[in-house]
Design a protein around this ligand. Structure first.
Ligand code: F6P
Length: 317
């Protein structure tokens, strides 16, 4: 086979491990594997290069993506996708592996509808692909967020402050929920909990009156302006309050062993599936087993996997 591989959307630690697994698994079957640079944008522009085993040496432990990535909203237009199909035909590429989040999966689904054999691999720090219990990069981003929150707790406690920490995740609560639990946050605000500002302010005021030295509030991005919220906490509760937006620091860094392992398993599995003549699917992990669902189903599924964690919070927070 002649297999292409690209990364698209926001980068995530572990994408390189997935690229490496695709290339090496492909070569083990006697396939030729082509790296496509800069996501769908690079595909449209024909930035395609054959990869050898050596081209993916020493990348297993590197964050980011050696292929580069991009967001290309214009890929929604059929004329733009037709250019991508032409490039694949020009290089005789039979099959394409697309590593990324739901935008990447949408692109892969549309290409599948145009006759290209595609497989999606979940690569995003957001953990917002419901067809996989975990996405490549989530473990590393969670580690980074926890490390940052632990540090902020030290200084908040020393100064008797409230610390509001905004984490990424787009619309998905997981980064906030998991990091909040792991760091013993007093409050976790996500798209699922919503922000009950009056209750938050009242509770923080009570905390303060009870003599608690600090409070940690972990909040998902896109909920509210955290700097304004910090000012409101100061005005109402008596706590000094600081807001910190962790931002892109969560997207970089050395992938954790969990992300390297997940990426290696999923990359090799995607190649196996092509050799079983299976395509138009997204691979993922469920209860530690590899599986696949159609790209369409992967995009339509919603997740209920955090319910048990929310229950846990009611007992330990
Ligand atoms: O999807 C990954 C992610 O980092 C989200 O958490 C965040 O909302 C978004 O990408 C930021 O995108 P950009 O890199 O385009 O600013």
């Amino acid at each position: 086979m002649r297999i292409g591989v690209l990364t698209s959307g926001g980068d995530s630690p572990g994408m390189n491990a997935a690229i490496r697994a695709v290339v090496r698994a492909g070569l083990s079957y006697g396939d030729q594997v082509f790296g496509i640079f800069d996501g769908y944008k690079g595909l449209v522009e024909g930035k395609i290069q054959e990869f050898t085993r050596k081209d993916v040496s020493e990348i297993l432990n590197r964050g980011g993506t050696i292929l580069g990535t991009a967001r290309l909203p214009e890929f929604a237009y059929e004329q733009v996708r037709a250019l991508a199909v032409k490039q694949l035909q020009r290089h005789d590429i039979d099959a394409l592996i697309c590593i990324g989040g739901d935008g990447t999966y949408t692109g892969a689904l549309r290409l599948s509808e145009m006759g290209i054999k595609c497989i999606g691999i979940p690569g995003t720090i957001d953990n917002d692909i419901a067809s996989s219990d975990f996405t490549i990069g989530f473990s590393t981003a969670l580690n980074t967020a926890c490390d940052a929150i632990d540090r902020l707790r030290d200084t908040s406690s020393s100064h008797q402050r409230c610390s509001i920490i905004e984490v990424m995740g787009r619309r998905c609560p997981d980064l906030a929920l998991y990091s909040g639990i792991c760091c013993g946050a007093e409050y976790i605000v996500t798209s699922q909990t919503g922000l009950d500002k009056e209750k938050l302010l009242d509770d923080l005021k009570k905390n303060r009156l009870q003599g608690r030295r600090h409070a940690i509030v972990v909040i998902s991005e896109n909920i509210t302006d955290v700097y304004t919220l910090a000012q409101e906490v100061e005005d109402y509760t008596g706590y000094e309050c600081r807001a910190t937006i962790l931002g892109y620091i969560q997207r970089g860094g050395t992938p954790t062993p969990e992300d390297r392992l997940l990426a290696s398993r999923l990359g090799a599995y995607a190649v196996d599936l092509f050799h079983q003549n299976i395509s138009g699917v997204a691979v993922g992990i469920h209860q530690n087993s590899l599986h696949y669902v159609s790209l369409k189903d992967a995009l339509e599924m919603t997740s209920d996997r955090d319910v048990s964690l929310e229950e846990l919070l009611t007992k330990i927070q």
